[in-house]
Structure formats: C-alpha cells, structure tokens
Design a protein around this ligand. Structure first.
Ligand SMILES: [Zn+2]
Length: 150
C-alpha cells in the first residue's frame, strides 16, 4: 500500500463525523491531523507508534515497514494509533492502553476495536519482521499488549 493511500485512510477516519463529534465534546482540544509515515521498523514487536507534540500541533504516526505486508493489519495499526491521537488531543489521560484509550478506540473503530488492540503475527509478517530483526522469534497470536504492541 502506498503512503498516500494510508494517509487518505487515516484522514477519512480522523475527519469523519464520529471522530470530529467526539473531539467537539472537549472544548480545549487542539485539532491536529495526524501525518502518517513509514520507517523500516519501530521495533521487533511494535507495528506502529505515534509521536505527539500537541502544543506545536504536530502528530505523526510511524508505521513499521514489516506490517505493510499485511493490508488488513496495516489499517488496523492506523486505527489503533488514531485512538492514541484522540486520547492525546482530548487529553483523556489514563494508562497507555487503559480504559480512556479503549473509549477512544471505540470511537475510531466501533466494529473492530477488539481486534485493533493488538497486531497478530503470521507467516508473512514474521518473514518481514525477520528481515529487520534476524533474532526475532515467532509469537503466535498475542493475547497481551505486552507481547504484541501497536
Ligand atoms: Zn498502543
């Protein structure tokens, strides 16, 4: 998937009615549209991460190149990071993947929020991860955020 497609996908969700209506409930929220970029890897078990500088109105979603081999999971990672963005924009606070995060995730992905909590290893993702992290071992499906972080 091309970066332009990934950015459009993120924009469509971020600028969509559901997310915008949620942000409006927080009068102090600074609107920052997250920018998506791709790097080789965010780490052997990190499919994506977000860099927030709300005061300077900068927010960047970094995607690991190895997750891009799986289209479905790439989109899932974007949704997960958008929920982190929403948590930061609305200053929801709480633990990194705590109940405030879950609240934001349900706004971003009402139908797939359970799946969007983690990424899941499979043959193609594992092969791609192995390129950047030769020592990595297969995880199988993660049940805990500590094993497969997004
Ligand atoms: Zn996360």
């Amino acid at each position: 998937m091309r970066l332009k497609t990934l950015q459009s996908y993120a924009d469509k969700i971020y600028l969509g009615d559901r997310v915008q209506a949620f942000i409006k409930e927080y009068p102090k929220a600074k609107k920052v549209r997250p920018k998506v970029y791709i790097s080789d890897t965010c780490g052997s078990d990190t499919a994506g991460q977000i860099w927030c500088d709300v005061s300077r109105r900068r927010m960047e979603i970094e995607l690991s190149r190895w997750i891009l081999v799986d289209r479905k999971q790439t989109l899932s990672t974007i949704r997960h990071e958008l929920a982190h963005a929403l948590t930061a924009i609305c200053e929801l606070g709480g633990a990194k993947h705590g109940k405030e995060f879950t609240k934001a995730l349900k706004i971003v992905s009402p139908r797939t929020f359970r799946r969007d909590r983690h990424w899941y290893d499979n043959d193609s993702v594992f092969k791609a991860r192995k390129k950047y992290h030769p020592k990595t071992r297969i995880y199988g499906n993660a049940t805990s955020d500590l094993t497969n972080r997004l």
